[in-house]
Design a protein around this ligand. Structure first.
Ligand code: ADP
Ligand code: ADP
Length: 223
């Protein structure tokens, strides 16, 4: 099967992480969630983590060159040679252009961009109830997707926490950043004929089914 080079695009809380975990199991290719990568760097206290923390706490975007460096390292490492799933990158037109250039140099191109579309009111509901596992970042919701045992991750038994940037005032700022800086990517990828919109307001299984169907069609087309 030809490689699938996929981007999951959508506002914060639209379900990119939830669906990315499922897709990764289906496709068995590297899954790069830049928010997870940055949070791990903050936890480890690396140079990138120290540079990123203040932006993340405010709900601002971390500077483009930091993110472009992170993704370029991974694409150049060989581990993503047979496909990848990107979640949370690109988030600006500058990042998207850098990704196009990087893939071009490697003689590769994107297969598709999956836009998970969810409106702002629903985003606020989702993020206020989001809980994340300390260990690997598995994602839950207190109401829509609760763990079997309250406060504990079903997969690895680690404790669940509420992200600092999921506080309502930070969420509002993150949404502004999305509309201002990331939403222009919808047109950017539409023009390249890569955009596939999926209604994200359904329950997670239904959204997952729609994405799975879309990806199977793409695999057939790619031969
Ligand atoms: P969500 O999916 O809930 O929006 P993420 O976990 O993807 O959040 O990202 C958390 C934070 O990490 C963002 O608010 C931003 O500060 C930073 N971040 C992640 N990816 C990028 C990116 N591609 N460009 C700039 N900042 C990023
Ligand atoms: P993102 O990675 O885009 O920020 P997440 O996958 O972390 O989004 O989802 C945000 C929150 O919404 C989580 O608490 C998650 O459990 C919940 N969630 C995800 N998809 C759905 C859905 N289709 N319906 C209801 N809640 C959802």
């Amino acid at each position: 099967m030809a490689e699938l080079n996929l981007i999951l695009l959508g506002p914060p809380g639209s379900g990119k992480g939830t669906q990315g975990e499922r897709l990764q199991e289906d496709l068995d290719c590297p899954y790069y969630a830049t928010g997870d990568i940055l949070r791990a760097a903050v936890k480890e206290g690396t140079e990138v983590g120290r540079a990123a923390k203040e932006y993340m706490d405010r709900g601002d975007l971390v500077p483009d060159e930091v993110l472009i460096g992170i993704i370029s390292d991974r694409l150049g490492s060989g581990e993503a040679d047979h496909g990848f799933i990107l979640d949370g990158f690109p988030r600006t037109v500058v990042q998207a252009e850098a990704l196009d250039a990087e893939l071009g140099e490697l003689g590769r191109q994107l297969t598709a961009v999956v836009l998970i579309d969810v409106d702002d009111d629903e985003i606020v509901n989702r993020l206020s109830g989001r809980r994340v596992c300390q260990d690997k970042g598995h994602v839950y919701h207190v109401e829509y997707n609760p763990p079997a045992e309250e406060g504990i991750c079903d997969v690895d038994g680690s404790e669940l926490y509420t992200r600092d940037d999921d506080r309502p005032e930070v969420v509002r700022h993150r949404l502004e950043q999305y509309h201002d800086k990331t939403a222009p990517l919808v047109d950017y990828y539409k023009k390249q004929g890569l955009l596939n919109r999926v209604e994200g307001a359904d329950d997670p299984d239904r959204v997952g089914e729609k994405i799975r169907t879309l990806v199977s069609t793409l695999s057939l087309e790619e031969g």
